[in-house]
Design a protein around this ligand. Structure first.
Ligand code: NA7
Length: 537
């Protein structure tokens, strides 16, 4: 059993994605603490290390999907496309680690298997799968919201003789799709990005769709040669815009309600936004997630676009999303998703009408006995979101309390950052925080700054332990639910926001839906009030 650090550390950070990298930098450079990252992968990057499937791309625009805490990084790195692709983001994060000289404090190939609070010594004892052991005063999870893959159990899958992949755990070597018959299961963001790319490479592609999804064209394009120069001149402008918005993107929904507008006028606005492309389409009006009537107008607009794009009327009809309002599941943005169904080598299968019965050595058998003969299955079936990766760490708090037990009826946290009964534990972008409803780097920087300021406060005031008050965590979690219930968000039955995509998982709306701007104000107030809701020892 190797001991990589003989002396107890100040902090262990789990995960070397956007969150972990900035948290390490903050603790080391701003507070002078001894901190290390434990990362399960063989490289840094988190989500962008694992999700290497064809077409993997961010849905935030590149100049907003990066760190803003460091001017040198902003001025040096030059993005090439409107939306950064997976490989470019991975290169960017490696560049950040190198520029900030963080490599020496990142231990790769170290998957945390156990983290136990020792009440006597007031430290966390952390063990990894490779049996390395660490001791640290603070434990900070930076494991990402979407990193524990959800692979549905299908009878007979082990007997399937072809290759099986999951978009969220894609191989590092290129997958050879040439002359192959392939099934993609799932039409969330990952499926919607991967399907057009895989279709170009295969002999035959079967898209196995359970729930039709809304998708808006991304309109990705190379950035103009002078983009970077112009961007650098306006860094503060962009920062301010993102700071003021609800979701950390550089726009604010105008104060107009769809349902109160003349039809032609609202159509014109939607057409313009559709042509512009991207997530700002959803924010063409202020009430899309508040009024069912307004939402239906936008939902129907998208359905009409699908009907116009897809040539075969049966296929078009099968693709029409009807069971949930637009935007109540995380809305994908795409490049030629619906157009792909006009290709001769692509076949859409409706799993609602004809579900999967099981796998056989040479394919997937459907309930009506049809055998889909294939060489490759691609699961684009998503993640055990927001809690899956934290619970997998086997965190045990005060008195041996297991986090997965404490969260059995749904995750309870204070501000999405701290959990009662788990001293000196922080969860970056944890359940109860805005996280997945935002442009992630903006939410991450807010969290890291807040945690770092709190640790600074503790050091200066001689506190050794901090944890959420039970009552504060309870009322915050209730508040998160109430806020979501005032919107249409909980109306999507299978959404991973609710944990509803994982059999047996408690159905609780997990992200904080009242906006990153309001959340930031609330957290700042808590800090100004000497951290009410937290108990210090
Ligand atoms: P998502 O958004 O959770 O999508 C998963 C898809 O897989 C969705 O279409 C599901 O259908 C489908 N699914 C899940 N389980 C099954 C089973 N058992 N059978 C058939 N189909 C199934 O995951 P993504 O990876 O696409 O996106 C996650 C986030 O990552 C995304 O929002 C971006 O932020 C990046 P369902 O709708 O549940 O019927």
């Amino acid at each position: 059993m190797k001991e990589l650090c003989a002396k107890p550390l100040d902090a262990i950070i789990v995960g070397a994605g956007f969150s972990g990298i900035y948290q390490l930098y903050s603790l080391r450079e701003k507070l002078g603490l001894r901190a290390k990252i434990l990362e399960a992968g063989a490289g840094v990057g988190g989500t962008w290390y694992w999700n290497r499937y064809p077409g993997a791309r961010c849905d935030s625009e590149s100049h907003t999907y990066c760190y803003y805490f460091n001017r040198e990084l902003l001025e040096t790195w030059q993005w090439t496309e409107r939306y950064p692709g997976q490989q470019e983001i991975l290169r960017y994060l490696n560049f950040c680690v190198e520029t900030l000289d963080l490599q020496k404090d990142i231990y790769l190939n170290e998957r945390v298997s156990d983290a136990t609070w020792d009440d006597q010594s007031q430290v966390w004892n952390i063990t990894t799968k490779s049996k390395s052991k660490f001791t640290a005063r603070f434990l900070i999870t930076a494991v990402g919201c979407l990193s524990t893959t959800n692979k549905p159990k299908i009878d007979g899958l082990p007997a399937f003789s072809g290759d099986v992949f999951h978009t969220g755990h894609w191989p590092h070597e290129p997958v050879n799709f040439d002359k192959k018959r392939v099934a993609v299961i799932g039409t969330g963001s990952s499926g919607i990005q991967a399907i057009p790319e895989i279709a170009k490479q295969v002999e035959k592609l079967f898209v196995l769709q359970r729930t039709p999804n809304y998708s808006v064209p991304a309109r990705n394009r190379p950035l103009k040669p002078n983009f970077h120069l112009e961007f650098v001149k306006k860094i503060e402008f962009w920062r301010g815009k993102m700071q003021r918005s609800r979701h950390g993107h550089p726009w604010v929904a105008p104060d107009r309600e769809v349902k109160k507008m003349a039809k032609e006028e609202s159509l014109k606005i939607m057409e313009r936004a559709w042509l512009h492309g991207g997530l700002s389409f959803r924010d063409s009006f202020c009430d899309v997630l508040l009024s069912a009537e307004s939402n239906e107008i936008m939902s129907e607009f998208i359905r009409q676009k699908i009907l116009k794009t897809v040539i075969n009327p049966d296929t078009a009809n099968t693709l029409l999303p009807k069971d949930h309002p637009f935007g109540t599941k995380r809305p994908p943005i795409d490049t030629n998703y619906f157009e792909t169904f006009n290709r001769e080598n692509v076949c859409l299968l409706d799993l609602k009408a004809n579900p999967i019965n099981g796998c056989e050595p040479n394919g997937i058998r459907l309930r009506d006995d049809t055998l889909i003969e294939i060489d490759i299955i691609v699961f684009a079936t998503g993640f055990d979101a927001m809690t899956g990766s934290i619970e997998k760490l086997n965190v045990r708090g005060r008195g041996g309390l297991e986090l997965s037990n404490a969260w059995k009826a749904g995750p309870e946290s204070y501000l999405g950052l701290t959990v009662a009964g788990f001293p000196n534990l922080f969860t970056i972008t944890g359940p109860g925080s805005p996280s997945v409803l935002t442009n992630m780097p903006r939410a991450i920087e807010q969290h890291v700054d807040w945690i770092s300021n709190l640790l600074n406060y503790m050091i200066n005031s001689g506190h050794v332990q901090v944890e959420a008050e039970k009552s504060a965590a309870r009322s915050w979690t209730k508040y998160v639910t109430n806020v979501a219930n005032q919107t249409l968000l909980p109306k999507a039955n299978h959404s991973w926001y609710l944990g509803a995509n994982i059999p047996g998982k408690a159905r609780v709306f997990m992200p904080y839906a009242n906006g990153l701007d309001n959340y930031r104000k609330y957290c700042d107030e808590v800090a100004r009030g000497k951290y009410q809701g937290l108990v210090f020892t």
